[in-house]
Design a protein around this ligand. Structure first.
Ligand code: ZN
Length: 266
């Protein structure tokens, strides 16, 4: 009985780590193997796993991902393309096809011509390996061709590169009076998951204001690229920003609301 419980526990951990980081489950199994073959003390298991995991994430995965045509996005906070939260990087959720990275570089270069201090801040992208392996909770981030980008905000009337929510998700730019309320329509039709990301902010601040002009400028640069396939934002923002472009689409009630970030795919 004890053995079955132990086995179930490890299976559950492997499953959760795989869903969250793609490679974490395999690293957990390797750590078990190493501990079974050696006489390391049990109390060193978690520190060893974390060491293996970080070594794998920062030294091995970026090299091996190129086999699948994927590359890691820039991870430095000081670059023009930067992660909003380093957890995205630690969890291996910042991989894209080389083609998408090239597009992002062009977009960022174009954008900084008029917004010199504003960075392209990314949220979840894709895992490093296997087309079809979905990066949950996103439905379509499974082939290296999708990425979520943060909106641009002001704080005390100045444009800032920081964002209102720690995760980058769940801080909604709500429909105003008179604007079509798509989130309400989806929730009324029992798509309970539509605003689920409100639980995933990891903490937020209301001191930020959505910056319509620069977010629109960024959206237009993305939409006017020939390689852009689709961009998703919530319908009331599309109307508010007066974006009339065939590639700016609605994602449907089965997804989650997109008035907290831009979904971009090539
Ligand atoms: Zn997305």
């Amino acid at each position: 009985m004890k053995l079955i419980l132990k086995l179930l526990f490890h299976l559950l951990v492997v499953l959760l780590l795989t869903l969250l980081t793609q490679v974490g489950g395999v690293v957990w199994l390797i750590t078990i193997l190493v501990f079974n073959k050696t006489k390391f003390k049990r109390r060193w298991f978690i520190p060893s796993f974390l060491t293996f995991y970080l070594a794998c994430t920062f030294l091995i995965v970026p090299l091996v991902a190129s086999v699948d045509g994927r590359v890691p996005l820039p991870v430095s906070k000081s670059g023009k393309i930067a992660p909003h939260n380093l957890i995205t990087v630690i969890l291996n959720r910042h991989y894209v096809k080389e083609e998408l990275l090239k597009e992002l570089n062009v977009i960022s270069k174009e954008f900084t011509k008029t917004h010199s201090s504003t960075k392209l801040i990314y949220l979840d992208a894709n895992f490093p390996f296997i087309d079809g392996f979905t990066l949950l909770p996103h439905r379509s981030h499974n082939d290296g061709r999708k990425i979520d980008l943060a909106f641009i905000y002001t704080k005390s009337n100045n444009i800032t590169n920081s964002k209102p929510s720690r995760s980058g998700y769940g801080f909604f730019e709500e429909p105003r009076k008179g604007e079509y309320n798509q989130p309400k329509a989806c929730l009324l039709n029992d798509y309970w998951q539509y605003d689920f990301t409100k639980h995933l902010t990891l903490g937020s601040s209301s001191k930020y204001k959505f910056d319509e002009n620069s977010t629109k400028d960024l959206l237009l640069i993305i939409l006017n690229r020939a390689k852009t396939h689709k961009v998703f934002i919530e319908p009331h923002l599309k109307t508010r920003l007066k974006i009339d472009h065939a590639k700016c689409r609605y994602h449907g009630c089965k997804a989650v609301r997109h008035d907290d970030h831009i979904h971009y795919q090539i």
